[in-house]
Design a protein. Structure first.
Ligand code: HEM
Length: 401
């Protein structure tokens, strides 16, 4: 299915989906702008838990780009899409057990019908996809999203657009003229990948990014200057090309992913015997057998002072044109690497850049009384999250009354 889903992430598809992301980002910013006016808090910061707030944005983006439906999770906080999304991605002990069992013992899970998701959740998302497909087919609606691409794939229509396919997400090896046998269930399963792969990860990235910006007002104002310059160059209408040209924005996000890699480790299964030779005189060779499970500790590698001096310092300059080439290959792995690199990396970066462009244009992100300073990582959670939540404030840049 990687080859079926890959065409969703080519440049041209990203550009089309950017319009949907832009709507979500504008709506997000508008919501908080009107809130600060309504509550006459223009001069004060709106206190918010960032993970929760960005999860709402990530929900709207996944709903729009993957499931083809419009959801407004800030104005309608208890919409079923948001609640079901939380259900899918929240990990209690038993759910974590089911998750690992499905990875480590898939055959046993199939025999005993141990599923990661319950029937109600699956039926909800399959229902959304089926209804969307039905309405699209009846009314001939075309929307630049994943559902449309999959519908075209099953008719055998998707084409490799010239210059659009990229190295690792290329579909050039797929016989695209042949209709692909894709059921509605398959389409729903692909849309679910956006939830599993992209929902927690993207909102976590945004949460840590907001924290680092609050912690370093110089970085935040330098970034705002780049945003204002870009906004002026675009004559007040942000374009996909202009956003991707923003060098400093890219550096700040890259450094956030270096310091806070959402996936703490990446794993591989050994396909043939291999020996890791000792690096130091007191070590022995490590013999890996076929089938050995190997885990690469991304967090530790990205915090190794040998590769990233002063690793706890948030320093976007590591990724400047002058410095980026000094990064040793395979020591920066927030999206993994090689043929199984994260399929949605450009998607995640694009939705994050779009949101922070709009957010920082209207708001300053600041520490508030409840903020977790210094930052402490929770030991209780499955994911990389801050102890007590990531509480920060959005302070409107509009000079209020
Ligand atoms: C900041 C956001 C994200 C981070 C940090 C992230 C990170 C990762 C990492 C580390 C891997 C493992 C790669 C490897 O083993 O080499 C991965 C795989 C994957 N990611 Fe992401 N991801 C993000 C967003 C997304 C999004 C938005 C999607 C949407 C579809 C997605 C879909 C996937 C899929 C399908 C895989 C498995 C690829 C394969 O095995 O062929 N990810 N991701």
């Amino acid at each position: 299915m990687r080859s079926i889903l890959s065409p969703c992430f080519t440049s041209s598809k990203m550009k089309a989906m950017f319009k949907l992301m832009l709507d979500c980002a504008e709506r997000f910013t508008e919501y908080f702008l009107s809130l600060s006016v309504a509550e006459q808090t223009e001069n004060q910061a709106i206190p918010l838990e960032m993970k929760e707030t960005f999860t709402r944005y990530a929900t709207d983006v996944v709903a729009s780009t993957a499931f083809g439906v419009e959801v407004d999770s800030l104005n309608e906080p208890n919409n079923s899409f948001y609640l079901m999304g939380r259900r899918v991605t929240s990990f209690g002990f038993w759910k974590a057990m089911r998750f690992f069992m499905n990875i480590l013992l898939p055959k046993v899970c199939a025999i005993f019908r141990i599923r990661f998701l319950d029937d109600e959740t699956m039926s909800f998302f399959i229902g959304v996809v089926e209804e969307t497909i039905k309405v699209r087919e009846e009314k001939g609606i075309v929307r630049p999203d994943m559902i449309h691409l999959m519908m075209e794939a099953r008719k055998g229509k998707p084409k490799v657009e010239e210059g659009a396919a990229d190295d690792e997400t290329s579909i050039s090896h797929v016989d695209v003229k042949t209709p692909v046998n894709i059921t509605n269930m398959d389409i729903a399963a692909q849309a679910m990948i956006f939830f599993f792969g992209g929902f927690e990860t993207s909102s976590n990235l945004m949460s840590f990014l907001a924290y680092e910006l609050a912690a370093d007002s110089d970085v935040q104002s330098k970034l705002r200057t780049e945003i204002e310059d870009t906004w002026n160059e675009c004559n007040g209408k942000l374009t996909y090309e202009a956003l991707l040209k923003m060098k400093y924005l890219d550096m700040v996000i890259s450094e956030t992913l270096r310091k806070w890699p959402v996936n703490l480790a990446t794993d591989r299964l050994c396909t043939k015997p291999y020996t890791i030779e000792p690096a130091h005189p007191n070590e022995k060779p490590l013999h890996l057998k076929k089938g050995s499970y190997v885990s690469f500790p991304t967090y530790s590698i990205q915090h190794d002072p040998k590769y990233f001096p002063d690793p706890d310092k948030f320093d976007p300059e590591r990724f400047s044109s002058e410095n980026a080439h000094k990064i040793v290959p395979y020591t920066y792995l927030p999206f993994g690497g090689g043929p199984r690199v994260c399929i949605g990396n450009r998607f995640a970066l694009l939705e994050t850049k779009t949101l922070f462009f709009y957010l920082l244009k209207s708001f300053e992100i600041v520490f508030i009384e409840k903020s977790c300073v210094p930052l402490v990582i929770s030991k209780k959670d499955f994911n990389l999250v801050m102890q007590g939540g990531n509480w920060l404030g959005f302070k409107s840049l509009k000079k209020g009354a």
